[in-house]
Design a protein around this ligand. Structure first.
Ligand code: NAD
Length: 241
């Protein structure tokens, strides 16, 4: 992969299923990676904190740059899934979903872009296939991911002239704690539920975190030098049903 070696990267949600895979893939390509999460995570450098804290999110790009020596790549990966129909949603569900999934990427992009403006760079946001094609019974999650998709398209347009490419990956189901805890909460065995789901995917299986991390790394690399504002669906051929 061209143009990742020696670059400085910030990855949010670095302790999560997809986040760990992104950190590992970027490091394998030779990037110097600063991970951040509420939980501790493996990375070259790590910043612990809560993205619901506005000051923490605002200061993250500068803190990461000071810690690792530069900032070329930002991956807004942290996210939560809020399940259930709107009639079951509390004010706190709304506030929390929007704070982590939308407001934190907004704050991080706003602070990172001026830092990247001199040398250019790449921002990759984790949206979701549901941010492009809404799925049932998750209105808060779906609207938050639609906002991430829209933010990506807007920033891709507005900052291309600075050499900053902003793109998003939109996965369908990925075998991570986010998906597995959903099955467990519904009283299902996650392994059995994933076996069933695998049969619904044209490529024969749902995604592993590495499948998503590889596409994130591609978008962060110079191999994607002519891509900006794109919403890349990574779904094994399975449309949203
Ligand atoms: P995950 O639950 O395994 O990881 C999410 C990480 O975000 C966790 O490590 C968590 O600690 C961190 N995080 C959550 N709230 C935080 C906060 N307030 N402050 C700091 N860190 C916080 O989930 P994942 O499956 O790895 O998801 C990664 C991204 O991919 C998310 O944005 C998710 O919406 C998106 N996505 C996942 C799937 C899927 O099926 N797993 C599908 C489409 C999109």
């Amino acid at each position: 992969m061209q143009g990742i070696s020696g670059k400085y990267a910030l990855v949010t949600g670095a302790a999560g299923g997809i986040g760990q895979a992104i950190v590992a893939r970027l490091r394998k390509e030779g990037a110097i990676v600063c991970g951040t999460d509420r939980e501790t995570a493996e990375a070259d450098h790590f910043i612990q904190g809560d993205l619901m804290d506005a000051r923490f999110a605002d200061s993250l790009p500068q803190t990461a740059q000071d810690m690792i020596g530069g900032l070329d790549i930002v991956i807004n990966n942290a996210g939560i899934i809020t399940r259930g129909e709107i009639t079951q949603a509390t004010d706190e569900d709304y506030r929390r979903t929007m704070a982590i999934n939308v407001e934190a990427p907004f704050r991080i992009c706003r602070a990172a872009i001026p830092l990247m403006a001199d040398n250019g760079g790449a921002i990759v946001n984790l949206a979701s296939c549901w941010g492009v094609h809404p799925g049932p019974n998750h209105p808060l999650y779906v609207m938050s991911k639609a906002a991430v998709a829209s933010l990506t398209q807007c920033l891709g347009l507005d900052h291309a002239h600075q050499g900053i490419r902003v793109n998003a990956v939109c996965p369908n189901e990925v075998n991570t704690p986010m998906l597995r805890t959903g099955f467990a909460a519904r009283g299902l065995d996650p392994d059995a539920a994933i076996e069933t789901l695998n049969a619904s995917v044209p490529l024969g299986r749902i995604a592993e975190a590495q499948d998503i991390a590889d596409v994130v790394a591609f978008l962060a690399s110079d191999d994607a030098r002519y891509m900006c504002g794109a919403l890349l669906e990574v779904n094994g051929g399975k449309p949203v049903q």
